[in-house]
Design a protein around this ligand. Sequence first.
Ligand SMILES: [Zn+2]
Length: 610
Amino acid sequence: MTREATDEIRARIDLVDLIGAHVRLTKAGRSFKGLCPFHEEKTPSFHVNPERGMWHCFGCGEHGDCFTFLMRLETLSFPEALQRLADKAGVTLERRGRGPSRDQRDEMLSALASAARFYGECLQKSERAGQYVRKRAIDAETASKFGLGFAPEGWDNLAGFFAREKVDLGAAEKAGLVSRRRDGGYYDRFRNRLMFPVTDASDRVVGFGGRDLGTDGPKYLNSPETPVFRKGSTLYGFGLARKAIAAAGHVVLVEGYLDVISCHRAGIDNAVAAMGTASGEGHVALLKRVCDRAVLCFDMDSAGQKAALAASELFGAGGFDARVAVLPEGDDPDSLVASGRMADLIRALEGAVPAADYRLDALMASFDLREETERSRMLEKAVEMVARVPNVFERDRLIRKLVPYHADFRKGYGADRGEDSAETRIRQAVERMLPAGAKAARRMPSSAAQKPAGRSRTPLGATEKAERIILMALLQGGELADHAAARIAPDGFVGEVCRQLAAEIFRRREVGEDPASIPLAEGAPQTGEPAPGGEDMQQEQARRLASSLLVRGAGAPLTKPVLDDCVERVLAESRRRELSELQDLVKRGEITRDDPRFQEYLALMRRAHG
Ligand SMILES: [Zn+2]
């Protein structure tokens, strides 16, 4: 697929048409707006700009073009969205690479759908499998909602069915349903198992999990990773739970297929499970599109608790408010629901503790805190852990939890003073460990850097407004962009995100690329996978700012005198900040008269005071 093809599709697709099929759009000036499909809202903040071929939500900050819209809405990969829109636009894609062709994928999906049908019929007919399902307290309605099935004993039940139904056995093999015999025939992969079909966000069966009903073989057998079944970005039950997750604003993440089913039976219909025990960044990214809170509800055994610790850290790093539900010892959601103790499950979910507290409690429990040396070893580890918590208020809360274990707290002289000194010491230790970004953010609490671009609720300050107008001119290109570029450099911008965006615009101007394509940058969310090495928050914020400016415009006609005013305002603020920083350094004696920065300080002083 060439760059030209994506550009051509983008140009041919009527974005208002495409989005209008899913969102009621009304005209608003040169753009259109409606209720955002990616977050819950009552007043429209989702804007579509057909001229630019871009959309932007001023509520949640999601943004992009026709490809990203389809990817987000239907959880497609970029190649899938590309193919869909190419078909719609009548553009033929050149095939490159070794990926399976669309026909092959269709064959695999059709084999998977036939298999689901076959397994479903077998469940109806099998007395033994039916008994097992009833024993697990799964009613018929739930069984059909989740499409449960049964793979009978024997080596060629499914293979024989495929042969009779003229299903392509090669595609069935690629989909992980059958394996090839030495003599060239095929045999069933799943035998004597209760079958759980796994669907993608478009409700197509992409794989299976099978629970052994006999005594041999692993308890659970899953489909292998295939071109249509990517475990790292697939969640069991997501198709069924998606709406409920968005409505509740949070997801309940459980461990197994039966846990998901039991939760839904108990009315917790926002429950999903990762494929296998480990959740990964792909799952976090998938869920981030629908919610920003997660309750992790895993087994209380050591494997389950280890998974809960890892997942809580992963979801926390992904910007989720993550909580951990603590179940009664020896239980999981399935056993609670099956034994009629749904109330216990719901209580555990409602009483879920913040993930950071959970991690700290687990850490503290692993030391013998009656011993002085153990206490200090615990504190050392705890400080490292607390420093990784992104939220400053949460860090404070955790620090206070640690105070009673610090040596100063226990020293005799006056309980109050001991407590103060212990808290100060722990806080200092945490601050020394903070990543550089968090330290910088702490020093400049009022800077625009902390506010995600384009979604701040407070009115913009005059400087921020001016910065945006300049960036708007720079993004649009043409004579006004040259005018602005000649008067202010990226360093002149005050806000971190504005500075970052300006730097990217200047880089593109230099190499002759269109700055207006910044929101669609390669490696951006466009590919649907997290960028290697993790998405840089600031870069994403800069792209978001560019998108919001391009989609809604500057709100006022841009002229050279307006631009000149804005540039002067921003540069004055930039000088004011620099001066106040230098003043601080001079006051604290960190800059002496022979420091070259002292001359800079004097020059800024003269300029500021006329
Ligand atoms: Zn939104």
